[in-house]
Design a protein around this ligand. Sequence first.
Ligand code: T46
Length: 133
Amino acid sequence: MYPKLIDLKTVSTPNLGSLSFFEANHDIPFPIKRIYYIHGVAKNIQRGAHAHKQLKQLLFCPYGSVKILMDDGHYKADVILDDPSKGLIITPCVWRDMLWLVENSVLCVAASDYYDEGDYIRDYNEFITWINR
Ligand code: T46
């Protein structure tokens, strides 16, 4: 499994807070075709339960705290996103769940491709078959 937690470039200005940013191909290893974000979620709600066949993603949490639970069929790992200056790169073929630790946390995703339901594997047994194909 190669999910990777990265430091997003962050510029802090005294008394004015901070600005974080990343650039496609420069700071993350893929072009960005889509941005989406999940919001309005109550504490302890879990979403996800799928893997992607091809999609590459950068997940980041500009507000709140969300635990990302990952499983590549062999190893499991989890990462808490609770710092707006951190991002998590997830490669294809990683089963993931996202657990909201704090109500109304916002989970943002920069994705390498347009939305395609055909890229999702939403059945765990199918996921295991897919990675062992
Ligand atoms: C992921 C995690 C981190 C669209 O119509 N367009 C889109 O671009 C997306 C991302 C979703 N949808 C539709 C598909 C479903 O009918 O929105 C609905 C909710 O999607 P889903 O149940 O897949 O949401 P999550 O929170 O389980 O997963 C999402 C992303 O779908 C997925 O790519 O990796 O966030």
